[in-house]
Design a protein around this ligand. Structure first.
Ligand SMILES: [Zn+2]
Length: 314
């Protein structure tokens, strides 16, 4: 048995048991500490602590050997907790980048939503539409689907909902009709989300998320924003939103552009649909900014500006 100690960390807040714990071949992120705690030893080795607090990174752990034992020791020497975690590093996701002028190949087969038709809605600028209806979809929700988890165990579902509410009031102020797929912390089945847009004959559907890297990558290296879409009508609204977000976050969070995604919420033949990844909440800087009210307000304004740009540009 390997003796495992965290020394000098007065309190170590571990991510909840049922959450996705990011891990990579050479870096396990095992928990969070308060800002200022720098001397942390795990399994006999000094671990890297981010200066803002947040993840304690442990290097040189082999992929596949994912059980990490941690004995947390308080300054008086008493063991306060023992945590064993297993992480699946095999889970991988494929993302196809949609550069501005390149053709994108789909890796997943197209599965039509049972309630969707095939005819794209005419762009609002070409049908003199008034009182546009947008469906906002704060990703995840409820006690099972929390989404990504930040270094200090704040769930993505809360960041999504908070931003969606700010965006809702901004869009209503500008004359949009806004429908939310959830207005509180509750579970909403994945396929029910785009269904709301069909039932309400919405003009546009926007899903709001905060990002985490794939399981096999080093989470410390990831921070960008992007907007996913599936077809041309979705990519138009995604591009309009991405332009405004890039201007808003310039210098702090880089833009990864508009990306192709065959997601249940983007795969919509009729209603222009996109999914925004606002930031990575898995790095301490991204966590801090994503929970910053002023930053969230700025992002909400940028998304609203993007939607306003889209509605007048066919
Ligand atoms: Zn998400």
């Amino acid at each position: 048995m390997i003796l495992s100690f965290i020394v000098a960390a007065l309190s170590v807040a571990f991510p909840r048991e049922d959450t996705k714990l990011p891990s990579v071949e050479k870096c396990y992120l095992i928990g969070s500490v308060s800002p200022g705690v720098t001397n942390v030893i795990v399994q006999g080795k000094a671990a890297t602590v981010h200066p803002l607090g947040g993840w304690v990174a442990m290097a040189d752990v082999s992929a596949g050997k994912n059980a990490i034992e941690v004995l947390s020791v308080d300054p008086s020497g008493f063991v306060t907790q023992r945590v064993v975690r297993t992480v699946n590093v095999a889970a991988k996701k494929k993302i196809i980048k949609d550069a501005v002028s390149t053709v994108v190949e789909k890796v997943q087969p197209y599965k039509k939503l049972p309630y969707a038709g095939e005819v794209p809605k005419v762009h609002p600028a070409l049908r003199a539409a008034t009182n546009l209806v947008v469906v906002l979809d704060p990703g995840h929700g409820g006690s099972v689907d929390k989404g990504a988890i930040s270094p200090h165990s704040l769930p993505e579902k809360d960041a999504n909902l908070r931003l969606a509410k700010l965006l809702k009031s901004e869009l209503e102020r500008r004359g949009w009709s806004v429908i939310m797929t959830r207005e509180d912390d509750r579970e909403v089945p994945l396929f029910s989300r785009p269904k709301v847009a069909h039932e309400k004959n919405a003009d546009v559907f926007v899903s709001i998320h905060h990002n985490a890297p794939p399981f096999d990558r080093d989470p410390r290296l990831f921070r960008y924003h992007c907007v996913y879409a599936w077809n041309d009508i979705g990519k138009k609204v995604a591009a309009a939103i991405n332009r405004r977000m890039a201007a808003c976050l310039e210098g702090k969070v880089k833009s990864n552009g508009v990306l192709h995604a065959n997601y249940a919420v983007t795969r919509n033949p009729e209603i222009p649909s996109c999914l925004i990844e606002v930031d990575f909440i898995t790095v301490p800087e991204g966590e801090l900014d994503s929970w910053n009210y002023e930053r969230s307000k700025k992002v909400a304004l940028a998304i609203a500006d993007g939607l306003d740009d889209w509605k007048i540009t066919p």
